[in-house]
Design a protein around this ligand. Sequence first.
Ligand SMILES: C[S@@+](CC[C@H](N)C(=O)[O-])C[C@H]1O[C@@H](n2cnc3c(N)ncnc32)[C@H](O)[C@@H]1O
Length: 235
Amino acid sequence: METPPPVKKPLPSILPTTLWDFPSQHYGDRMQGDQAYVGATPSYIVWNLLSRYTKPGATVVDPFCGSGTTLDVAKDLGRDGVGFDLAPSRPDIRQADARKIPLPDRSADFVFMDPPYGDHIRYSDHPDCIGKLSSLETGFFQAMDKAFSEGTRLLRPGAHLAVYVCDFFNVRKGFSPVGFRLFSLLEKRLEAVEIVSVVRHNKDLLKGNYRKAAVEQNFYLRGFNYLLIMKRPRL
Ligand SMILES: C[S@@+](CC[C@H](N)C(=O)[O-])C[C@H]1O[C@@H](n2cnc3c(N)ncnc32)[C@H](O)[C@@H]1O
């Protein structure tokens, strides 16, 4: 039997409002990053950010590179992607801790981060994985503060940094407003440019039992992620 041709997903376009929704995780007829990677960033987000805030040839750094979505989108747009992760998933991602990136000061035109936002996903067994820290405790925010300090160090004056993150809720453990707390940490160092809400298409949101429990037990399923867009002030 012949294999059917790959489905072509719509190409992205620059979105004009602060509410972003996408028809699929990827665009075009190839994948960016790996759809099977738990926690992969929808590539439309990276495409929109790089299209708005960088020019061809720009250096784009992702310190939490995961399956490499940022690198693939950067390549599509003619930007120079540089990816790091504690547990690299492919050869073009270098091994490093987001709190200590081996790049010189002011060498990046854009920094994108989609960090862990709680301890509900097991990314790796590396002891320094931020995904082992609960966002209900201060250790998570201290770790992210260091990653933001490092991200700021890398930015050229006038360059942007964006953080894609979700609040945390667990029926037994409670709620952590991760987006607001991370935004306060970012604002200590960088200028706020925008806060965008990105609609989540997590399959759990469609599960009847999850939806029923959310209504009956009076809690909410996470319907959006924050995209916190910041800028390093010019000198
Ligand atoms: C949400 S995933 C990133 C997804 C990625 N943007 C993609 O599209 O595939 C978070 C990543 O952060 C990495 N990570 C966790 N702690 C880290 C640390 N201290 N330094 C660098 N990477 C870390 C994990 O290994 C994981 O790959």
